[in-house]
Structures are given as C-alpha cells and as structure tokens.
Design a protein around this ligand. Structure first.
Ligand code: TPP
Ligand code: MG
Length: 387
C-alpha cells in the first residue's frame, strides 16, 4: 500500500512494474468524454461519430465549468494513472523486444499532461515532443491504436509507420509528437493561426522541454505568436535535464525573461501538483479564448527515469534518484483524494479500470499484424487531385 492512498504499492513504482494504469476519461463519472474533436474525412462514419462527441462536449460546457474540484481531481488521477500504467507497460514491452526504436518515458511528469489537458476541449489542438506519450493519452487518443502504433503494428494510429516519437491523431486534436527538439513549436503556432483565421474559438497548445529554450525556433515562435496575438499556450516542461546534461549548462537565460521579451503572458507552477497545473492552465486558456496574449506556462517537474529507456543514468546523483518517489505526483494527488469522503473506494475502482483497459489494449496490439513493407511509402505525398 502507498501510505494514505488506499492504492497498491506497485502502481507508483519508478521501475518497470508490469500492467498498471488506467484510461480514463479526463472527466470521470460525467456523461461526456474528452474523446472527439477535429474532423478528418467529412463523410465517414468515423467523422460523424467525432462530431457527435463534440456536440456532447460542448453541450456539457457549463456543467464542466462547475465540475467540483473533488471529482476533477479523481478524473486527473485516473489520467495520470493511465499514463503511468501505460508507460510502465511500455517499458516492459521494450525490454522484451516488442517495440522498435527508442522510447522516452514521462514517468514523474504526468501531472503536467493531466492538468493542462483538463483545461482543454476536444477542438483544441496540441503538439508534443519525443516524450509525448502522456500528452496524447491525456488528450484522448484511443489506447489500443496507441499501443499498436508504438509497437509498430499495421493497425496503429499511423499504420505503424510513426512509432513512439511520431504519434499523431487529428481526430482528437493531436498534431503530432516530434523527435526534433523544438520542432513541434512552429507546428502549434500554425495551428493557432488556423484557429484564429477560422474563428473556431479553439486554442493550440504546445508541450516542449526545457532543452528547447536554447533553440532559435522557440524564440521565433514566441515572436510571431505575439505579433499576431495567437490563441496559443506554450507549456515548458522544465525537468532540469536535456538528455544527459543539466539544462543550466546549455541555456543562459530564463523562460520568464524570454516570454516577457516578446510581451507574452507568463506563469510558473509546481508541475508535480496536478491541481495547481489545472488551475493555472484554466486561467490561461480562459484568457486565450477571450483574445488575451499568448501564454507561457512553465511547469517545474522531474524526470523519473532515464532520458531514453535503458539509459543507466550514471550522470545523475544517486541521492536525487532515491528521492524521486517522495515527489511523485500520483500518490500526492491520491492522498488528497483519500481525504474526501468515498475517495478511497473511488481510487480502487480507478486502479481496476486502468489495469484492465491497458491489458486489453496490449492484448489487442500483440494480436495485430505487422505492416506490409511495401506500404512504407504510402501517404508520403498527397494524391494529385483530378481537375
Ligand atoms: C534539434 C535537435 N537537437 C538535438 C537533438 C537530440 N536530443 C534529443 S532529446 C534532447 C534533449 C531534450 O531535452 P528537453 O527538451 O529538455 O526534453 P526532455 O528530454 O527533458 O523531456 C536532445 C538534445 C534533437 N533530437 N533535435
Ligand atoms: Mg528537459
């Protein structure tokens, strides 16, 4: 048991744990879902289903606003547990040779994904990084097709061609993960411009690591978004590391000074406190929907595992590594939830839901076929339209 949470111990492990975690609707118990969003093929049944989700979501907006923080906390815990459980499972699959390429886990950083996403709606778009599993899961990507994609299977969300670092799903507003540091940022700026020109009242959000602070593309993107007053939320996940070096050895400035230099709004939050992240994000999102200046939200957090899976982390102080569990955002939020009436049993139910959802997704991914090699170059170019 994790002290004061009513949850089993192994769920929160920083080491490979096996199958734990949950998918959750970001708003558990409510009769609407985060799943839904951006139309893809206007005539498909898939598209019609998405449109239905959006309608339900939007009808529920006033209710969502008044959603008690106690229920919202449970919903965010479910999202965090789903991310943790999924990534622990991915670590195991990676060790078993079931995943091609590299994976970068966001263990310890789940509160940023869950908190920010609780403030976004299905029409809002996000772009993310090489460490993006948590963001796409929190945004509502289908878990089965997510596992299939990361495992390089034929029915993955991008037909198994993207993998961990290129997961994209426009139907839930996920513009894509990205293996190039900083490269998601201008994509999100373009999406924000699209929202503005299209008068969609949606916003765009981009997640990037502190390592991006020294990339010129961030500076250019802050500049353009300010000049054009775009509806964009820049989320800097500051975990102190850029691969194997402390970011302080690579960047001489500060995120706040950068944001202020271009006239952007800026706030900083404890990125391991999911409620604090959610409240700060909600304030920023509300301002953006009302035409406010683009906003930079800097979330201070900690990378729980290596840069990539298998990284022995010899460059890290063992004292820092052994202190990680004490700052784990999940037990921290779970302890708070347990202090509310019924919190203990709600958490147990979440734990069970999460575990079965992940196991089902993994089972389905293991049964899926590998892609046909000859299809590797399909969809690389758009088809020429006949006049
Ligand atoms: C343009 C570019 N330069 C270098 C790399 C190699 N690289 C991959 S991840 C990474 C560090 C990223 O650090 P940060 O942005 O803080 O994200 P974190 O890994 O901490 O989540 C680097 C330098 C890259 N992928 N792209
Ligand atoms: Mg970093």
């Amino acid at each position: 048991m994790v002290a004061g949470t009513g949850l089993s111990r192994n769920l929160f492990t920083w080491k490979i744990a096996g199958a734990h975690g949950a998918f959750g609707r970001p708003v558990a118990g409510a009769d609407f879902s985060m799943d839904g969003g951006i139309p893809v093929a206007m005539s498909s049944p898939y598209h019609r289903e998405r449109v239905r989700f959006v309608a339900i979501w939007e009808a529920a907006m006033p209710e969502r606003k008044n959603f008690a923080m106690k229920d919202r906390l449970l919903a965010m815990i479910e999202t965090m547990m789903l991310i943790r459980g999924t990534e622990n499972r991915l670590a195991k699959l990676f060790a078993d040779g079931e995943i091609p390429g590299f994976i970068h886990l966001s263990v310890g950083q789940e509160a940023v994904a869950a908190g920010v996403m609780s403030a976004l709606g299905p029409r809002d778009t996000i772009a993310t990084t090489h460490r993006g599993h948590g963001h796409v899961i929190a945004k509502g990507i289908g878990l089965e097709r997510f596992f299939k994609e990361v495992m390089g299977r034929a029915n993955g969300i991008c037909a198994g061609r993207g993998g961990s670092m290129h997961v994209a799903d426009m139907s839930v507003g996920v513009l894509g993960a990205n293996g190039i540091v900083g490269a998601g940022i201008p994509i999100a700026v373009g999406s924000a411009l699209g929202h503005k020109l299209g008068k969609t009242n949606a916003i765009s959000s981009v997640f990037f690591g502190d390592g991006s602070q020294s990339e010129g593309v961030l500076h250019e993107s802050l500049n353009l978004s300010s000049l054009w007053r775009l509806p964009i939320l820049f989320v800097c996940e500051n975990n102190g590391w850029s691969e194997f070096s402390p970011t302080s050895r690579q960047f001489a400035g500060s995120m706040e000074a950068l944001a202020r230099a271009f006239g952007l709004a800026y706030s900083k939050v404890d990125g391991n406190d999911v409620e604090a992240v959610a409240l700060e994000a909600e304030t920023a999102v509300e301002s953006l929907r009302n035409g406010g200046m683009p906003h930079v939200l800097e979330c201070m957090t900690t990378r729980g595992r290596g840069h990539f899976e298998g990284d022995p982390q010899k460059y890290r102080d063992p004292k820092e590594l052994s202190g990680l569990e004490a700052i784990d955002p999940i037990p921290r939020a779970a302890r708070k939830a347990c202090s509310n009436p019924g919190g203990d049993s709600a958490l147990r139910a979440i734990e069970e839901r999460v575990a079965s959802q992940i196991e089902e997704a993994v089972r389905s991914a293991m049964e899926d076929e590998l892609p046909d090699f000859r299809k590797a170059i399909e969809d690389v170019y758009t088809k020429r339209r006949e006049a």
